[in-house]
Write a protein that binds this ligand. Structure first.
Ligand SMILES: C[S@@+](CC[C@H](N)C(=O)[O-])C[C@H]1O[C@@H](n2cnc3c(N)ncnc32)[C@H](O)[C@@H]1O
Length: 270
């Protein structure tokens, strides 16, 4: 008999998705496999069916695997196209509007920033597009202090930077032993702060763009509505909201945001 490991794996993913309510279809197969293999190793099995049996019996292990699958995004530009859209469409539009009111300052919020890949990518895109005398202020928040500590150090392995253009890596990172550390970028400040999107008020106001990708999938409807209302109030007029590719806005708040790019999940405050 030939055992099809792909079927077992896909069945396992469907089961985890169903039990947790988390949409895992936006995640790369290789990423899911790597993370699940780590858990299977930790509990001493290399068989997907046996692991599924364990998940059925042990609620704690279900929690562990969900944490493993969702918490850490460890690659820069794992999903490149929202940043291309940000660089090529959003930043030029913001620049044009700011020039009309004689401002050269922009403000971004990277909500649920994990280990800092997103706020540093925002900083790098901004530096590449905006004139040198512009000031960029980035708030980067997450609920997890471990993530924030790692993020503020800004040290990454070469593997984590493999999706980035090598010339950009050379320009914005400096070697520290085997790893690479983000260089200080003039006129760009990134503030890391602990913040719970489901229970705390918005961190600040007058943002030009709020990035909130791949966290809403873990929230219930009330939490999503609370968070999106907060984003609405913390965005400046015509400010942009960017959510994750596999996420959607709840019906209740659709009148607050107009779609700008359905594909990139970019919206504008109405
Ligand atoms: C899958 S990561 C997404 C990281 C990043 N936004 C991205 O797409 O690359 C989810 C992040 O959400 C954070 N998170 C989970 N619940 C949160 C909450 N209630 N408030 C703020 N951050 C939260 C986790 O700590 C984790 O860093």
């Amino acid at each position: 008999m030939v055992v099809n490991l792909d079927d077992d794996f896909n069945f396992l993913i469907r089961k985890i998705s169903k039990s947790s309510g988390i949409v895992l279809s936006g995640y790369r197969d290789s990423y899911l496999r790597r993370r699940i293999d780590l858990r299977m190793k930790a509990v001493g099995t290399n068989n997907y069916t046996a692991y599924m049996g364990l998940l059925e019996k042990d609620k704690n292990e279900m929690k562990e695997v969900i944490n493993t699958l969702t918490v850490n995004v460890t690659e820069f530009m794992r999903d490149k196209t929202p940043f291309i859209f940000f660089r090529e469409e959003i930043l030029p539009d913001i620049m044009e509007r700011k020039k009309q009111c004689k401002s050269n300052m922009v403000r971004f919020w990277s909500a649920a920033c994990s280990y800092g890949e997103e706020p540093y990518s925002i900083g790098i895109c901004s530096k590449e597009v905006l004139p040198d005398d512009w000031t960029v202020s980035i708030y980067a928040t997450d609920i997890d202090e471990k993530c924030l500590e790692g993020a503020s150090q800004g040290v990454y392995s070469k593997e984590q930077l493999k999706n980035m253009d090598p010339s950009i890596v050379r320009k914005y990172f400096e070697p520290v032993g085997e790893e690479l550390k983000v260089r200080r970028i003039p006129k760009i400040s990134i503030r890391f702060k602990k913040h719970d999107l489901t229970s705390e008020p918005p961190i600040s106001k007058h943002f030009d763009v709020v990035f909130c990708r791949n966290v809403m999938i873990y929230f219930n409807e009330n939490q999503k509505v609370k968070m999106l209302n907060d984003f609405y109030n913390s965005l400046s007029d015509n400010g942009y909201l960017i959510i994750g590719k596999s996420e959607t806005l709840p019906v209740e708040i659709r009148e607050l945001f107009a779609p700008v790019s359905v594909k990139e999940k970019v919206f504008k405050k109405i």
